[in-house]
Design a protein around this ligand. Sequence first.
Ligand code: DAK
Length: 254
Amino acid sequence: MIRVDRDDAVAVLTVDRQDALNALDVATLTDLRDRLRDVAGDDGIRAVILTGAGEKAFVAGADIKYMSGLDVEQAKAWGALGHEAGRLLETMPKPTIAAVNGFALGGGCELALACDIRYAASGARLGQPEVNLGIIPGWGGTQRLARVCGLGVAKELIFTGRVVDAEEALRIGLVNGVHDPVLDKARETAALLASKSNVALRIMKELANRALGGEHGANLRAEGEMFGELFAGEDAKEGLSAFVEKRDPVFKGT
Ligand code: DAK
């Protein structure tokens, strides 16, 4: 199941299936997809944290026992469900943070990769060991690992299935920081982001997601357009005026 805890404008989604190290079966992944839809559409929530229950695992992957019985069509549907969850994390109009509190393997690493920011506990282990099962990463790992860490690092990790510790994950850019307790750090960053202009954050996220795809010139033009459109709302005026008037800004989200 997925636990949802609300702390002001921050939602913490916790994957809780501890007897299987939070591995995702159909019920858990469907629940996660549905809860992500909820928080994506809730304007009162300004930042979202994804973590795992217990001290051992973030998500130890897709449920291997379930996958061992799949036929072609079921495997495709399973891939699509994971992609839906990943796309929600990646594209919802607010920041998403993975608090990687233990094993983040296979589909677990892929969910973390779909988040905007990743923090790891010092004991975390991350990787894409699918090759050892005779399969490939199927929830975005072949694409997002390269976007986050570069193609050379990504190919080595997905071809070998090698699992990295938190220190190496930080060195290769797979996580943004290593912190204990990792959830405290995620909450701190989420609260900071929740205090900023959510209009600016939404537009920055949309533009940043285009950075590694599409046509560079078109993306720059989109940045110019969206920058201009910010001035139709209040937050840009408020932030700029507050600086000039030497006071803290009060953003309204318009
Ligand atoms: N699935 C199911 N059960 C799992 C699991 C998993 N991924 N990981 C752990 N568990 C279960 C274990 O089976 C065990 O259950 P019982 O035997 O007690 O019933 C329980 O969790 C505790 O695990 P261990 O006893 O193994 O605990 P250890 O501390 O000894 O070892 C471990 C921890 C994380 C090193 C080990 O559990 C492990 O290696 N787990 C598997 C990790 C892994 O390979 N993850 C990647 C899974 S593959 C696709 C869509 C999706 C995907 C691919 C393609 N398409 C549609 C194309 C995604 C693939 C994956 O995620």
